[in-house]
Design a protein around this ligand. Structure first.
Ligand SMILES: [Zn+2]
Length: 276
């Protein structure tokens, strides 16, 4: 899913955090970091946070706890405390990293704060994520073979479109499901594939698709009993599920149904299983 960049400017936040520390015991240290910190935040914005281009900052490696303490304390009426409160006060109904329905209730550091402590408080590096995704992502960023594992919700604008397609493979009373990138470049498809794998989205969505498939067969049976228009109803559900993203699990499922004429024929004309 693609999200708008947070309203808080990542560069201004550096200035504000440094200014707010000027009466404290780390005043000189923060003043000394300011120019380098700003330059690294600018580099982050220029490269969309990609770990392929952005490397840890050796000069602050021994002071990671100083940055982490700021993030963890996040007192109100401080610039970073207010920024974090605004980021947590979102209205998302699904996780922007995986598309599963449910309010994402943690903030993820796209570049992990362990290796990149100076991005602990960078708004462009922070976005809401579900517990399941965060439990899989941890401190991973990439590997020598795949320098970038994860889509970035603020910078990968192509994720605003439907970038996945679901194929539903017969037998239709107990199908298998294949989720693949669609309509993207080879390089984008490589990141999407790594993203799905590293967040174990495949392992998680299969259960959802199986449950949704059984629910669909039950609902279609009821529609046919009431002589409702099955196709029009499914189109309406798919339309509804495309908001806020066509990559939600619900939308991908109903899109996979609607682009499959054989499955549609089965739903409208076939003998539906009686286990329902
Ligand atoms: Zn998630």
């Amino acid at each position: 899913m693609c999200l708008p960049l947070p309203g808080d400017c990542s560069l201004d936040l550096v200035d504000q955090v440094v200014d707010e520390r000027q009466n404290g015991r780390h005043a000189a240290r923060f003043r000394g970091w300011k120019a380098g910190w700003r330059a690294r935040v600018q580099e982050y914005l220029d490269h969309g946070g990609s770990p392929e281009h952005i490397h840890p900052w050796a000069a602050v490696a021994d002071y990671a706890a100083t940055f982490h303490n700021l993030y963890n304390s996040s007192k109100p009426d401080t610039a970073h405390g207010d920024m974090l409160r605004r980021l947590r006060d979102h209205e998302l109904r699904l996780c922007p990293a995986c598309g599963e329905l449910g309010r994402p209730n943690t903030l993820d550091h796209y570049l992990p704060k362990a290796a990149y402590p100076h991005f602990s408080l960078t708004p462009a590096n922070l976005f809401p994520m579900c517990d399941a995704c965060q439990g899989e992502k941890l401190v991973k960023t990439g590997s020598p073979a795949e320098p970038r594992f994860f889509l970035h919700p603020y910078f990968d604008a192509f994720a605003a479109d439907q970038i996945l397609k679901l194929t539903i493979i017969p037998p239709f009373n107990a199908p298998t499901f294949v989720l693949e990138p669609q309509g993207v470049t080879e390089a984008q498809a490589a990141v999407i594939t790594a993203h799905l794998r590293e967040l174990d989205i495949s392992g998680r969505y299969v259960k959802f698709f199986k449950d949704e498939h059984r629910r669909l067969l039950r609902n279609v049976s009821r529609m046919r009993d009431k002589e409702q228009d099955v196709l029009a109803t499914l189109e309406s559900w798919a339309f509804d599920a495309a908001d806020p993203t066509p990559n939600s699990w619900q939308h991908l499922f109903y899109d996979g149904v609607l682009v499959n004429p054989d499955f549609l024929e089965y739903l409208t004309e076939g003998d539906l299983p009686s286990y329902l």
